[in-house]
Design a binder for this molecule. Structure first.
Ligand SMILES: NC(=O)c1ccc[n+]([C@@H]2O[C@H](COP(=O)([O-])OP(=O)(O)OC[C@H]3O[C@@H](n4cnc5c(N)ncnc54)[C@H](O)[C@@H]3O)[C@@H](O)[C@H]2O)c1
Length: 345
């Protein structure tokens, strides 16, 4: 019998690519998503369509529902025997959390609590869940290591992700749930999120508007290609932390946290330069597009951080993996997909 995974946020950017990879590899996958309209749900439908194409053997079951619905989550765990749970559903985005804090509490705290409770009552082999590089807040020491203190979030989004790590640790200790939290660093790629900078830049330039470059362009981001994230998640899934007995005779927390990032931060202006070039080369924007006339340098926004930079040595040490994709190659894949999705200017 094939192994069964429960993937939440399956119509989301990372969840759809992960689910597609899992069904191709022979997993049964139950995917949950409420297909909310935080960003264009059309793109979520497109991802579900891609997923159905990948699912030649009919191994993917989609459940349209809410993580905050405790009865639904309990029922899904009772009806299926999940070997691995990958919790990716969340209210994402830093800026949106300033205007809509409740959405973060519902999905990221109540929703994740429901998953933990279900794992407590229906034991699973491994709970893998998405945290975020945003837990590092304004950390000035780079690269960011899992050993660094992360007690100073600068957004509610970051605070909920850090809370998820704490709740997972406590549940792991109390109920011997093998659990791994993954701090993803700015994920990009085809079918990506339209609320993220690279996608918004493409939309704005295509519409002839002016892109805003925050912190006067003096920002560095560790951009990570979606396939590299999926590879990292798949490797982590296969390697649950061991439940061990502690000195007090009780089990220790089988919980750990990894960074997954490119570990090669890029200056925002260099990033924009590469994006512009591939958008022209892939036919999204015309030759000779006057980029200088379509950009504005603006100050830092609340909730933003000047740098993200992943130390991925723990992931490399334990799982022999580090992300590989070059920024230009990843952005080209995005631009090719984008041209088909939105069309040329
Ligand atoms: N993309 C990134 O750069 C990045 C970086 C750090 C962390 N993360 C985290 O990784 C995970 C996946 O991110 P993504 O980029 O794929 O985001 P996404 O928004 O594309 O995917 C999340 C999905 O979860 C669904 N969802 C949200 N709340 C839900 C709820 N209450 N019930 C059911 N479904 C719900 C949404 O409809 C969406 O399809 C998230 O937890 C996010 O916080 C992403």
């Amino acid at each position: 019998m094939s192994a069964c995974a429960f993937v939440t946020g399956a119509a989301g950017f990372i969840g759809a690519f992960l689910s597609a990879r899992l069904v191709r590899e022979g997993w049964e996958v139950v995917g949950l998503d409420n297909v909310n309209s935080y960003y264009d749900p059309g793109i979520k439908e497109e991802r579900l369509w891609m997923l159905r194409e990948a699912d030649a053997e009919g191994r993917f079951t989609f459940v349209r529902g809410d993580l905050a619905d405790a009865a639904l989550i309990e029922r899904l765990f009772a009806e299926n025997s999940f070997d691995v749970v990958v919790n990716l559903a969340a209210q994402a985005g830093v800026r949106y959390s300033i205007e809509n804090p409740r959405a973060y509490v519902e999905s990221n705290l109540v929703g994740f609590f429901n998953v933990l409770e279900a794992c407590r009552h229906h034991p699973v082999g491994h709970l893998v869940y998405a945290s975020s590089s945003s837990v590092y807040g304004g950390n000035e020491k780079v690269p960011f290591s899992e050993e660094d203190r992360v007690d100073s979030p600068v957004s509610l989004y970051a605070a909920t992700k850090k809370s998820d790590e704490l709740m997972a640790h406590a549940y792991s200790k109390l109920y011997s749930i093998p659990a791994t939290g993954l701090r993803f660093f700015t994920v990009y790629g085809p079918m990506g999120r339209p609320d993220m900078a690279y996608f918004k830049f493409a939309d704005t330039l295509r519409a002839g508007g002016t892109i805003k470059i925050y912190n006067m362009g003096d920002c560095r981001r560790d951009f990570t290609y979606v396939d590299d994230i999926v590879e990292g998640v798949v490797r982590v899934m296969a390697n649950p932390p061991e439940v061990r007995e502690g000195a007090d005779g009780l089990p220790t927390a089988a919980h750990r946290v990894y960074n997954i990032g490119n570990s090669d931060p890029v200056q925002l202006l260099d990033f924009v330069g590469t994006l512009q070039r591939v958008l022209v080369e892939e036919g999204v924007l015309p030759e000779g597009y006057d980029f200088g006339a379509h950009r504005e340098l603006v100050p830092m926004q609340p909730g933003d951080v000047p740098v993200t930079y992943a130390d991925t040595s723990a992931l490399e040490r334990d799982l022999g993996y580090r992300p590989q994709t070059k920024l230009e190659d990843g952005l080209r894949e995005f631009a090719r997909w984008y041209r088909g999705y939105r069309g040329p200017q």
